[in-house]
Design a protein around this ligand. Structure first.
Ligand code: SF4
Length: 408
């Protein structure tokens, strides 16, 4: 592999003084919540986890108002289909929390909020079992005897046909299997097939096994990692997990409603307010929204409705200066790279090797102490194929390599 080093600074990628001095990021074993906000370079990050991944018009308009009053007016949609407010100053935080409580967007306690890590297919229906399983899991995770799960441990409720969440982060997956539900551990080839009424309890059984089998180390742990050293209980080896279906189109019309994308999941409060006046909104793990029951989207430039839009090909975290751990800016570089990527290929620009915005293998660019590392096909933690690049260097690399393999 030939390494490129380009030293001329590109106007899009000026070096940025970062409070972080080490290349190694601080890996936090938890995600921010509303009751457990995370400090960042631009204030507190307050993450809201709406029930069923759905905002009523009243909730969405209320959230837009809270963002305008107490936070940055640019909200963010996350890859776990949550919505977060940034830039909250500690003095405003109590008023913001009161507002979220009034809107019915708060859990009772921070530990319950932390465990209620449920990723739902945005195409769920009243009849596919999702609301019932979601409610049962929510109750089980809030019960006094609930297992103490790591902060990033989550459940994917993916009961449509075909499933759409295989690429999403989850430790226990629930999918439709004929008239039943297949409950399986992330990364496992087999699972347990049970009637819908037993699905939540079976998922909790698997979660308890995870804890009892030593899946949690220093408060952290993921199912796929545990499976590398532990065999599953016999019950979860009976039914083969079907192969993953083709990746879902992240924007376009659907039976549930119009799915729209937003660049980097950034959602202006004004836009949220306008959309809320048209329909209830569901959050997607593709950092977009489903406008329930609508089959066209309003003509707003920030809404992405064309699946070939270059903005859908790039992912980028907050980067500098918003994140204290960032070693460089991200989004301007991602915008620059988007049109240079051939159709069907994606890129992830990360402010540090933590790689918050995307955990899968793809063309990855990571800010480093000097310039950017480039990883041909991997994650932000993979060994770099090129180092010390700036924007022009990365563009030259793309041209030189003429990457042909499709990226996931
Ligand atoms: S990946 Fe991005 S958002 Fe996450 S810690 Fe690093 S710089 Fe911050």
């Amino acid at each position: 592999m030939r390494y490129l080093r380009v030293t001329d600074a590109h106007p899009l990628v000026q070096s940025h003084p970062s409070p972080s001095t080490a290349s190694e990021p601080r890996i936090q074993g938890w995600c921010p919540g509303a009751l457990r906000p995370m400090p960042s370079g631009d204030g507190l990050v307050v993450r809201v986890r709406p029930t069923l991944g759905r905002l009523t018009p009243l909730q969405a308009q209320g959230l837009a108002g809270l963002a305008q009053q107490y936070a940055s007016p640019m909200l963010e949609l996350t890859s776990r289909a949550n919505l977060q407010l940034r830039g909250v100053c500690p003095d405003s935080y109590p008023a913001l929390i009161n507002g979220l409580r009034t809107l019915g967007l708060l859990d009772e306690r921070a530990d319950i909020e932390g465990r209620r890590n449920l990723l739902l297919s945005p195409f769920w229906t009243d009849s596919d079992g999702t609301p019932a399983i979601c409610e049962a899991l929510t109750l089980a995770l809030a019960a006094p005897d609930a297992p103490t799960l790591p902060g990033k441990f989550g459940f994917a409720l993916d009961l449509g046909a075909p499933p759409v969440l295989r690429a999403g982060s989850a430790d226990i997956r629930l999918e439709r299997y004929g008239g039943q539900v297949l409950v399986f551990a992330d990364g496992a080839p087999t699972g347990a097939c049970v009637p819908l009424e037993q699905a939540a309890q079976t998922a909790m059984e698997l979660a308890r096994w995870f804890v009892a089998s030593g899946g949690v180390v220093n408060g952290r742990g993921r199912m796929a990692r545990l499976l590398q050293r532990q065999a599953l209980p016999t019950r979860f080896t009976a039914t083969p997990v079907p192969p993953a279906p083709a990746a879902v189109q992240p924007v376009g019309d659907s039976a549930t409603g119009m799915v729209v994308g937003l660049e980097f999941g950034q959602l202006p409060a004004d836009t949220l307010y306008q959309l809320a006046s048209l329909a209830p909104l569901r959050l997607t793990p593709w950092r977009g929204l489903v406008m329930e029951g609508l089959h066209t989207a309003p003509a707003l430039p920030e809404l992405i409705t064309n699946p070939h839009d270059a903005r859908l090909r790039v992912m980028a975290c907050t980067g500098a200066p918003g994140c204290t751990q960032a070693l460089g800016p991200t989004r301007a570089l991602a915008r620059f790279l988007a049109p240079l990527l051939p159709a069907g290929r994606t890129a992830h620009v990360s402010g540090c090797s933590k790689g918050c915005a995307h955990h899968g293998n793809t063309l990855t660019v990571v800010a480093a102490d000097a310039g950017y590392h480039l990883i041909d096909h991997g994650t932000a933690q993979s060994a770099p194929d090129a180092t010390g690049l700036d924007a022009q260097g990365i563009a030259a690399y793309l041209e030189q390599q003429r990457l042909h393999a499709p990226y996931v």
